[in-house]
Write a protein that binds this ligand. Structure first.
Ligand code: NAD
Length: 475
């Protein structure tokens, strides 16, 4: 019998007798847990509890908020193997990447503990204008209140920590709705935060579909902000429905990597293998389009195909596994359809291309064109496309030829080309001599164009999650 879990509302673990949602291991389709599904009334209770929690958090001194976050960081490291197993089983992420997600979540909490103490307002030079000279001015950063956090399946712990940690560090309360496919990591995080001494009501966890639970949070006027990570269509819908509340959207991409003639091809091969295929390509900054200078194209493709063939596909709990399953059979079928479309339009499969159980072999395509879905839409699968180019300008144009703009990678040993790319590319982050998949949680991170709105990274998320209160003193 699968374990039945509870959720956290107002500091109480509740959910006995509620309808249940089965959590399924995407590798073998086994049921690994049953979580309580919230009704509208329970979402309402969670919001009420969060309003009380917000009042408590707003008066909790920064050093106490920091202590709680530091203790939670310690407890995640203490339990990292258990956390990694939860991630591997519910998301199908291979053990080694699941373990590094657990460790990274601890580090993210640690950054939040630091920022809780460092966040401050600043003096405003009122004597800069004759109208204000003679006054004294400064601003404070105050907590925004109750934040609704809605998260996707692909990093079931760290994407949740990206929202929960800065929100708490800034003195807010949350109602968290994780993806229904991967709620167990959020339950573990809630247990850890309560053990770390988080006040009742500061974090409330409810589980249910986007329509029943997600929409209620988005439309409720008592929430001050929605922080969402997920797909572009859902992000659009949230923005349209959320009224006047603040909203940050971390959405998708079809991230490019450029490998210039003077770039380090061997380094690029190693990093592109990880960046394209880790978590079966189900990463918002996965490498999806690779543009290689024609003089290095054959060398890159040969080495990349050889390295990709070394990857071990299979059971995520196998410690040697590199690539686990897709999140669902539906997503696997969708990826195979896109692959079929590309082949029918002339793409050539240089590696992979077949499903093995619920996994898709890491797949490399050449002979692609910009019209194919694998190029112009977010593929969110272990499928990467490679194209040759002749000039750096052409590569930059192709990289920017996208409705998305999250991050881009550029391999070059020429500082002038690096800065040209920085200036030209319409993205939230340019990563020189690495893949766009590079991210650490103390850097600002987020997208331009259809990749989103606002920035994460602990300090930058805290800016989004606070209000500025200006104080003017007429002396
Ligand atoms: P999704 O958009 O289907 O779901 C994300 C969350 O939104 C889930 O909790 C879901 O239940 C909820 N939701 C669905 N419909 C809703 C609605 N109408 N109102 C409110 N909430 C709703 O995304 P997914 O399939 O879980 O995740 C994959 C997507 O997430 C990809 O597009 C990926 O690029 C994106 N992503 C982006 C980042 C980033 O930082 N930019 C990080 C990870 C994933």
């Amino acid at each position: 019998m699968a374990k039945r879990y509870r959720v956290l509302v107002g500091g109480e673990w509740v959910g006995d007798g509620w309808p249940g949602i089965e959590v399924v291991n995407p590798y073998d389709d086994s049921v690994i847990g049953i979580v309580p599904e919230a009704t509208a009334a329970e979402v309402d209770r969670a919001i009420e509890a969060a309003l009380k929690g917000a009042a408590v958090m707003a008066s909790l001194p920064a050093y106490k908020r920091s202590d709680i976050l530091n203790r939670a960081a310690d407890f995640i490291l203490r339990d990292k193997e258990e956390v990694a197993e939860i991630i591997a089983c519910e998301a199908g992420k291979s053990w080694k990447f699941a373990l590094s997600e657990a460790e990274r979540s601890s580090e993210t909490l640690r950054f939040a503990a630091l920022e809780a103490k460092a966040s401050h307002g600043e003096l405003v030079p009122m004597d800069a204008s004759p109208v204000s000279a003679g006054r004294f001015g400064f601003y404070l950063r105050t907590p925004i209140g109750v934040i609704g956090a809605i998260t996707p399946f692909n990093f079931p712990l760290n994407l949740v920590v990206h929202k929960v940690a800065p929100a708490l560090a800034a003195g807010n309360a949350l109602v968290l709705k994780p993806a229904t496919k991967t709620p167990l990591a959020s339950i573990k995080l809630a247990e850890i935060l309560m053990e770390a001494g988080l006040p009742a009501g500061a974090l409330n966890l409810v589980i249910g579909s986007g329509v029943t639970v997600g929409n209620r949070l988005v439309e409720d006027e008592r929430l001050a902000m929605i922080t969402f990570t997920g797909s572009p269509p859902v992000g659009r819908e949230i923005k349209a429905r959320c009224g006047l509340k603040r909203v940050t959207l971390e959405l998708g991409s079809n991230s490019p990597t450029i490998i210039e003639e003077d770039g380090d091809v061997d380094a690029a091969v190693g990093r592109c293998v990880v960046g394209s295929f880790a978590n079966s390509g189900q990463v918002c900054i996965s490498v999806q389009r690779i543009f290689v200078h024609r003089n290095r194209y054959a060398e890159f493709v040969d080495k990349f195909v050889a390295a990709t063939r070394q990857l071990k596909v299979g059971d995520p709990l196998d410690k040697g596994c590199d690539i686990g399953p897709m999140i669902s059979r539906k997503e696997l079928a969708r990826s195979l359809e896109w692959l079929e479309e590309a082949k029918n339009m002339g793409a050539v499969v240089a590696a992979g291309g077949e499903a093995v159980g619920n996994c898709l072999q890491p797949t490399i395509l050449t002979g692609v064109t910009r019209e194919m879905k694998v190029m112009c839409s977010e593929v969110f699968a272990p499928i990467v496309s490679i194209l040759p180019y002749d000039t750096f300008d052409e590569a930059l144009d192709m990289a920017d030829d996208s409705v998305y703009g999250l991050q881009a990678g550029v391999y070059t040993s020429d500082i002038n080309k690096a800065f040209k790319a920085v200036k030209r590319l319409d993205v939230g982050g340019v990563i020189i001599n690495d893949v766009p998949t590079f991210r650490v949680d103390h850097m600002p991170y987020g997208g331009n164009k259809e990749s989103g709105l606002g920035r994460e990274g602990v300090r930058y998320a805290m800016e989004e999650m606070t209000n500025i209160k200006m104080v003017c003193i007429n002396l």
